[in-house]
Design a protein around this ligand. Structure first.
Ligand SMILES: [Zn+2]
Length: 383
């Protein structure tokens, strides 16, 4: 049934032209013409089709009108459009919120011809599609779980052989030290991973901070005890600018700084180091120095008997000064010399490593190794 609504989208001239109404009657009111047109359309459905064809753009439905007419959700309307089930006449654009939004305009005839039965059929088919996809995903996960399990088994076997070869050499304290160093390294990598997540996570970032701290404090316990063995060699790295400065200008120096910034383009630190003689002596400026804030303790665990493994751990001075000796008596290291190898620098844990070195397992293995080495150290102390 053709309705009056239809003709709201068309001009008088378009109606006259399409229905070939006599031009001399064109002074007639639009309402009278619409009445006449509706009668023609109801008597000749064929004409309605060609009307829709000729004025496809003028008569097209917007996305909102489409959803109202069909009684479907926005998600359904989008899905059916992507599937090509709803015929799009053209895409229009609007500018909103500084963005250009493109949206489809739907063919009127196609939407009006859609029955509830057809749409229900589409909904049933979609549900079945989802079910199939879910089953496929489950099967895929099952396979990769199996593969991961294989990987872990294989690694566990190789690791057992490695550790056995260390203990077979007869130096049990050395073997225990290497075991602990190994798991401390993985703890440290997990700590870095938690640190990364705590900064990128939208949810639970507090939990990642807690995990990071827990792992770093375990790592510190590890290097503390490794330092007590004869395989742990401690040195100190002091960068070119090891200290952290905290400077707050008084109002007067702040004004002065603003002048310098305007005239010379100096930033806060440029201004401070240019004028530090005065600022340090100013009663109202605050200058604090954290000595060796950027310096690092560097613990290396190695042995000529096990040349294929060597471990190194960096710890910031402010943390490690609590349990390591004063740096003045330690050998110095130069970072530039140490670009080689996996075991040299701390890094994040890689995705594939997370499969083998599961967090929970790393913690358990570390605890075992820690207890073992602790026993050797206590036994040595009582001898
Ligand atoms: Zn001042």
């Amino acid at each position: 049934m053709a309705a009056k609504e239809l003709f709201k989208c068309l001009t008088r001239e378009q109606i006259i032209d399409f229905f070939k109404f006599p031009v001399e009657g064109s002074q007639n009111k639009k309402a009278d013409m619409v009445e006449k047109a509706i009668k023609i359309l109801n008597d000749n459905p064929q004409v309605l089709i060609s009307l829709y064809e000729k004025f496809a753009k003028e008569l097209a439905f917007s996305p909102y009108e489409c959803e109202q007419l069909l009684g479907c959700t926005t998600t359904e309307r989008r899905r059916w459009t992507n599937d090509g089930k709803l015929k799009v006449v053209e895409y229009q654009t609007i500018n909103k919120y500084g963005r250009t939004i493109t949206y489809p305009m739907f063919e009127r005839g196609c939407l009006e011809a859609l029955s509830l039965e057809i749409m229900d059929q589409w909904r049933v088919e979609h549900e079945q599609d989802l079910k199939v996809k879910r089953i496929e995903a489950q099967q895929k996960a099952k396979i990769s779980r199996k593969q991961n399990e294989e990987l872990r088994k294989q690694f566990a076997m190789e690791w057992k052989q490695t550790v056995a070869s260390w203990y077979k050499q007869g130096d049990l304290a050395q073997a225990a030290s290497f075991e602990l160093a190994y798991w401390t390294m993985w703890l440290s990598r997990w700590a870095k991973e938690h640190h990364r997540k705590s900064r990128t996570a939208i949810k639970h970032s507090r939990e990642y901070v807690d995990m990071e701290q827990k792992f770093y404090s375990m790592k510190n316990e590890g290097i503390k005890i490794l330092y007590k063995t004869q395989y742990g060699k401690l040195s100190f790295y002091r960068p070119v600018e090891p200290d952290k400065w905290h400077v707050t200008f008084c109002p007067e120096h702040f004004d002065d700084f603003k002048d310098w910034r305007k005239n010379c383009g100096l930033d806060k630190w440029g201004y401070f180091f240019q004028n530090q003689k005065w600022i340090k002596n100013c009663k109202d400026c605050v200058v604090e120095i954290e000595k060796d804030y950027y310096s690092l303790y560097y613990l290396e665990v190695n042995s000529p008997v096990i040349p294929e493994y060597r471990f190194s751990f960096h710890t910031p001075f402010p943390i490690a000064q609590l349990f390591f000796p004063s740096p003045e008596n330690l050998p110095r290291v130069n970072h530039k010399e140490q670009k080689d190898g996996l075991f040299r620098f701390g890094r994040n844990i890689l995705t594939e490593e997370k499969i083998i070195y599961k967090e929970k397992e790393v913690v358990e293995k570390w605890q075992d190794a820690y207890m073992k080495l602790n026993l050797f150290i206590e036994a040595e102390a009582t001898n």
